[in-house]
Design a protein around this ligand. Sequence first.
Ligand code: BGP
Length: 460
Amino acid sequence: VDYTFPEGFWWGSATSATQIEGAASQGGKGQNIWDYWYAKEPNRFFEGVGPETTSNFYYTYQEDIKRMKEIGHNTFRFSISWSRLIPGGKGEINQEAVQFYNRVIDELMAHDIEPFVNLFHFDMPLEMQEIGGWENREVVDLFVEYANTCFELFGDRVKKWFTFNEPIVPVEGGYLYDFHYPNVVDAKRAIQVGYNTMIANAKSIKAFRFHQFDESQIGVILNLTPSYPRSQNPADLKASQIADLFFNRSFLDPAVLGKYPQELIKLLEEHGHLPQTEEGDAVLMEANTVDLLGVNYYQPRRVKAKDHLPNPYSPFMPDWFFDNYEMPGRKMNKYRGWEIYEKGIYDIMMNLKENYGNIESFVSENGMGVQDEGRFIQDGIIEDDYRIEFIKGHLQWLHQAIEEGCNAKGYHLWSFMDNWSWMNAYKNRYGFFSVDIETKERKPKKSAYFIKQVADKNGF
Ligand code: BGP
């Protein structure tokens, strides 16, 4: 073994409710924005496939958990669907959902797999969106009630909690770049949404602390995209810093340090885009930071200065200040169109060590999406050597960061099995297990055998 990880390292994978459960209109579940949007505009989704047709985990969780055990998982992340647990987002608790999540938790624990439970993975209940979604502070408070319900119901057994997965994504997708519902393009509203989710984060942490659970931790999961400037010219450096402020630090700083970066506040102030706040917000944020940080890492951001200054009369957008560019010679996942830069994981971890109090962290998602993966079948098994190489490459850099003192505790692949993805449906396959969408049959890929060995040896 060349790379040995610290004892008790978390080997597992990540999923989310909307992407794996299926049964979108069964078991008493209410509608979320995905169910609604799909019914309204099915053609926006890859091959017209919507969230009803997923990997069916709602019905197959027992067999799936057995498979997790077979490949050596000691941890597993899933999310609770707010609209399943509390249809409509407020009011009565759906007992069928309570039973379902209880069974999943019990089944995981019976297999010595620790549940990592996330509370929000893009799936706003429709009724909550209709009253303004994250723009409305009432929704923030109802979310905190939902979070608290989860702590009450499952907090005796679940010891790892997360408030949000990638809170920047609903901001970018729903309020800046038109790739998620409600398809708004308005930076002012986007900034409010981002701010309010961080208030929801702090308030949920406060509610969590009130329970004084033994040995429990609460965190947030952020997709950190290290921002690399094209050159060391002041203009490129500045562009890269601003991209970093918007896409990383506007969540990382309040979540871990309890406050927004001064540079960001100044920038927003100059452009009249500060969000609306309420009295006590700053104190609340400062008092309620995370214990644990999940880092989702797929690709970095390559940034250069704008060729032209923005027209000051055009609506304010974060990208007034920077452009993305394609770095010549960069390594690509040609099956998905994303850059592969393994060292990014090291840079993120070292940044957490140096600038964020070396907060306890783990890789909560990393993975390689592949289109038409069926073409790699040999003798009945998907020979995904590219994924094995991808995982190894990232683990080597993670190992390096740990050697240098960073506080990383685990590695979760996106994802356990192929699953439905937001607009992309089943286009990009990510799993250790393939899923036949028609029959729902699962089959281990070569990477499933690889990760079992890694988990067994705690290294490779
Ligand atoms: C992450 C999300 C996941 C998953 C993954 C793959 O950002 O947290 O939910 O969807 O991306 O994305 P895609 O299927 O678009 O390649």
